[in-house]
Design a protein. Structure first.
Length: 117
């Protein structure tokens, strides 16, 4: 099982980044996919989640209207489009796969996003 995140980096406030998570080794369409983040000294928090067929999504209040989660079950990928980035969005972003109806989950290794001028 692998979840490999990519797309992180340094961006100025107001800028955009697109994170991608490539999954392998499990039945991707049977899993809810989500993005979490963890800033230094803070707990890991849910950023966005998407249902198995992409019809249902939910977002943290802090990112609503700025971030968009999407998935491609044919390619086994889940993306997070982040616009209007703020310094408080700085964190390590993690991809998570949760088996539907269970708490069984896989995590990626994380990708750093830094928003700074």
């Amino acid at each position: 099982v692998q979840l490999v995140e990519s797309g992180g980096g340094l961006v100025q406030p107001g800028g955009s980044l697109r994170l991608s998570c490539a999954a392998s080794g499990f039945p991707f369409s049977s899993y809810v996919m989500s993005w979490y983040r963890q800033a230094p000294g803070k707990e890991r928090e849910l950023v966005a989640a998407i249902g198995s067929f992409g019809r249902n999504t939910n977002y943290a209040d802090s990112v609503k209207g700025r971030f968009t989660i999407s998935r491609d079950n044919a390619k086994n990928t889940v993306d997070l489009q982040m616009n209007s980035l703020k310094p408080e969005d700085t964190a390590v972003y993690y991809c998570k796969a949760t088996r539907i109806g269970t708490l069984y989950a896989y995590w990626g290794q994380g990708t750093q996003v830094t928003v700074s001028s």
